[in-house]
Design a protein around this ligand. Structure first.
Ligand code: TXA
Ligand code: MG
Length: 345
């Protein structure tokens, strides 16, 4: 049985103290962070971390990051931290950044999949901060999803994947950002972005003067991740007419489709559905939000994608966004989901 706590409106400090104590002793807890929900335990207990791999069905070659309380805790588990790494921490912690640092002996090999580095993050989420304050141990916290599925950003997804598989579930409503953290590893004094997130390459460059996009170096880049089960295509054009023509061609061939689009484009699909042909009767349209509000798009995209899957369509078509700023991170997740099945027209 998973014990469920509703902290959406009120945080119960006593409950949190009990949960933190049990987490420290190795119990597994699902909790909110500002990016996506995490599934965590005491990151210094190998057997408890192993349980997380097992519950998620995660490949043991894929290391797990640690959520930490403060820089002191980072210094207790990491060594040889460079001035550039300190400046990234000062600028972006607490926040949606995971920094890959050289680990000390105390970090178990199972956390890092045998590598000599460990990912650390200070979250700005109050629940995480309290869990860390009361437990006073680093919390190993991958995203709360079964491996190969979309990260959980609300309680329905969490319960669907994990009810009765973990000890505690803390519900705090929808995740604020909805996208997993930006992962940075500094190599030869240059920050490499291994995974784009809410903190953009431009922001990192502003702090360090340089940045390299290095997504292939993410240990999980060769594992199956985030792919939805149905056939899916990501499609983008600067020219809306070209975009709509191509989409019409694709959904005409595959009428049982779902299209993920933007508020500004909904009227186009409505006119298709209400046209005189019966061709588009099975078409389902999902509004990802205004094309001009990338924050809202990223906040809700995983939930919208789960909804799209639930229609069980023959084809999921995702309209892309411009590949700049936060758009880079959104397009990165869409590309993964579509297994790089991308049409630019
Ligand atoms: O926003 C986030 O980072 C969320 C929340 C819950 O904190 N967590 C998250 O964890 O996204 P996860 O496990 O789903 O993704 C972490 C990624 C994986 O792709 C893993 O391969 C990579 O970080 N990673 C972990 N340790 C690493 C290391 N030592 N070196 C390089 N990459 C590492
Ligand atoms: Mg994940």
């Amino acid at each position: 049985m998973s014990k469920y706590f509703d902290f959406k409106n009120n945080i119960n400090e006593n409950d949190l103290k009990i949960i933190s104590k049990d987490l420290k002793d190795g119990k597994v807890v699902i909790f909110p962070t500002e990016t996506v929900y995490g599934i965590g335990t005491n990151g210094l207990l190998p057997d408890s971390v192993k349980r997380i791999y097992e519950i998620k069905g995660r490949n043991f070659t894929n290391p797990i990051n640690l959520l930490v309380k403060d820089i002191n805790m980072i210094e207790s588990i990491c060594k040889d931290i460079t001035p550039i790494e300190y400046s990234l921490m000062e600028k972006f912690f607490p926040g949606p950044l995971t920094l890959i640092l050289k680990k000390k002996e105390i970090v178990p090999d199972i956390v890092t999949a045998g590598s000599d580095t460990v990912g650390v993050r200070i979250s700005n989420n109050t629940i995480v901060q309290k869990l860390l304050e009361y437990s006073n141990v680093p919390i190993s916290a991958p995203s709360a999803n079964i491996s190969g599925k979309l990260s959980g950003t609300n309680i329905d997804s969490i319960l669907n994947d994990f009810d009765n598989k973990v000890d505690y579930i803390i519900d705090c409503g929808n995740s604020d950002l909805g996208l997993e953290s930006t992962i940075v590893k500094v190599i030869d004094n240059i920050p490499h972005i291994l995974r784009p997130g809410n903190i953009t390459a431009e922001q990192i460059k502003n702090v360090c003067g340089d940045v390299i996009l290095d997504y292939k170096n993410l240990p999980s880049s060769n594992l199956k991740h985030y792919q939805i089960d149905n056939k899916s295509i990501l499609i983008y054009s600067d020219d809306t007419n070209k975009l709509f023509n191509k989409i019409t061609e694709l959904i005409t061939k595959s009428p049982n489709s779902v299209v993920l689009t933007y508020s500004e484009h909904i009227s186009f699909y409505n006119s298709l559905i209400h046209s005189n042909t019966n061709l588009y009767g099975n078409l389902n349209i999902i509004d990802l939000g205004s094309i001009n509000d990338l924050n809202i798009i990223s906040k809700n995209m995983f939930e919208h994608l789960r909804k799209a899957e639930n229609f069980n369509p023959d084809l999921i078509l995702i309209e892309g966004v411009k590949n700049v700023g936060l758009g880079v991170s959104i397009m990165n997740r869409f590309m993964n989901i579509c297994n790089n099945n991308f049409i630019e027209c």
